[in-house]
Each structure stands twice: as C-alpha cells, then as structure tokens.
Ligand binder design. Structure first.
Ligand SMILES: NC(=O)c1ccc[n+]([C@@H]2O[C@H](COP(=O)([O-])OP(=O)(O)OC[C@H]3O[C@@H](n4cnc5c(N)ncnc54)[C@H](OP(=O)(O)O)[C@@H]3O)[C@@H](O)[C@H]2O)c1
Length: 250
C-alpha cells in the first residue's frame, strides 16, 4: 500500500458491514487511524478486530444526537481531530406507496436523512480545516424505482446536502462530496429479502439490468472513497462521484 492517508484520522459511520467496512479496511491499510460506528456491538467489535490495531469501534445510532455527541468526544479522546468523515450508515426499507407505513417512513428518514445531516453538523467542532466529508448516496437518487420512494428520496437529500454543506464550509476548506454507488454486493439485501436465496435472487436481478452485467464488489466503492478522502481529489467540492456500472448513463 502507498500510505496515502498516513497520519490521518477517519470516521466511518456504519463501518461494521458492507461498503463501510470495505472503506474502513482500505483507509487503515493506507495508514489512517479509523473509528467505525454501528448499533450492533458484537458486529462492531468483530469488524474493528478485522480492520486491525488502527481501528476502534464506537457503538451508536446515527439517528440519536446524544449518540453522535458521544461518538465525537470519544474519537477526540482516543484518536484526535478528524480529517475524513464518511457518512455511510443507512437502512434500506422498501415497500409500495400504498402500504408504506409512518413507522417505515420515519425509520428511513431518521437514519438516512436526519442521521446524515446531524452526523456532519455534530462533527464540525472536531473536523480539521481541509477535511474531506463523503456522503454515501445511491443511483436511485435520480431514478423512479417501484418500492423505493422513501429510500430514493433520502438518498437524493444526501446528494443535496453535499452541495449545501460545501457552500457553507468553504472558508474552512472542508470539502463535502457525494459518492454514489450502483448495486453493490453487501449484506444489505438480506435485510430486505425473506431468505438468503431471495437476497441472492435480488442481487442477480440487479446484475442483469446493470450495463456492467454484475453488481459491484464493495472494494470498488472503497477505491473511489479513497480518492475522495485523499488530497488527490482537492478540486472536487459539492460534487458527485458515480460508481454504478453504467446504470445512469447507458
Ligand atoms: N449495497 C448496495 O447495493 C448500495 C447501493 C447504493 C448505495 N448504498 C449505500 O451504501 C451504504 C452502505 O450500505 P451497505 O450495502 O454496505 O449496507 P449494510 O451492509 O447493511 O451496512 C450498513 C451499516 O450501517 C449501519 N447502520 C445502519 N443503521 C444505523 C444507525 N441507525 N446507526 C448507526 N449505524 C447504522 C449497520 O450497522 P448496525 O445495523 O449494527 O447499526 C452497518 O454497519 C448505505 O448508505 C447505502 O444506502 C448501498
């Protein structure tokens, strides 16, 4: 590895699984000290151990403002000030417009939208000037897909936050960009499918309608996140980096 993130401190919310875990592993391999978050403590500790000595797991819910305060004071105490913040934690709650309940809506909105907003707001006193903030969106942020209304809107909101936050943080040279994956092979499909087989079938369907004819490996999204995290992307501000196997453009 090239140690592109030597001496940097990174926080990855939802770093205990899937894309978040892949990003945390790559950042650590590139020399960063990494804090990951998640609600399930056992998964979090296992993930931190898999990342290595440079990683700590801090349990918490991104929809809870006291949890976010605790996250950042712990990071400050244990790792110091933050250079890279990845706002990745999210839930994938699907359902038709007719049957979508208030509880489902509140869950998506509280974690994916409110959680993203306050994950950044609460980080501000702890971020170094010049920090890179990466908001994980999704290609459904610009598409109409059945059963995805609330999730897609939450991801469009996240895309929007990258623009507005960047505009407000220019004086501190804090860059906020959206990283927008297409379908990625992670445990998320198991959270919406009834069984492992159904999750596999979902992933297979997504591969079939993606021009690349496969879904991404989480490491491919992590590679894009490394670019946004490092100073190589210094001219990207309020932008969107699309890593979607051709889904949007073709
Ligand atoms: N996989 C895809 O095809 C895909 C495509 C486009 C975009 N994305 C986006 O990529 C990101 C990661 O998705 P993934 O596929 O890697 O999902 P995943 O494997 O289900 O991982 C989600 C992570 O977020 C954490 N999390 C969920 N709710 C949380 C909360 N309220 N507070 C703190 N942590 C929470 C989970 O841990 P706990 O459950 O223990 O809290 C877990 O660590 C999400 O933003 C997702 O919307 C995914």
């Amino acid at each position: 590895m090239s140690a592109k993130l030597k001496n940097k401190v990174a926080v990855v919310t939802g770093g205990s699984s899937g894309i978040g875990l892949a990003m945390a592993k790559l950042f650590a391999a590139e020399g960063a000290r990494v804090a990951i978050t998640g609600r399930n403590q056992a998964n979090l500790q296992a993930a931190a151990a898999a990342i290595g000595d440079q990683a700590i797991g801090i349990p918490g819910d991104v929809a809870s403002l006291p949890d976010l305060d605790r996250l950042y004071t712990t990071v400050q105490e244990q790792l110091g000030r933050i250079d890279i913040l990845v706002v990745n934690a999210a839930v994938y709650v699907l359902g038709p417009l007719t049957g979508f309940t208030e509880a489902m809506f509140d869950k998506v909105s509280d974690i994916n939208f409110k959680g993203a907003f306050f994950t950044v707001q609460k980080a501000l006193p702890y971020l170094n000037n010049g920090a890179s903030v990466i908001l994980i969106s999704s290609t459904v942020n610009e598409k109409g897909v059945p059963n995805h209304a609330a999730y897609a809107a939450s991801k469009a909101a996240v895309r929007s936050l990258a623009r507005s936050f960047s505009a407000e943080l220019l004086d501190r040279k804090i860059r906020v960009n959206a990283l927008t994956p297409g379908p990625v092979d992670t445990p998320v499909f198991e959270t919406v499918a009834g069984s492992r087989e159904e999750a596999k079938a979902m992933a297979g369907n997504m591969a079939a309608f993606t021009p690349a004819k496969r879904i991404a490996d989480a490491s491919e999204i992590a590679a894009a996140a490394l670019y946004l995290a490092s100073d190589e992307s210094a001219y990207m501000i309020g932008a969107e980096l699309l890593v979607d196997g051709g889904l949007r453009s073709l």
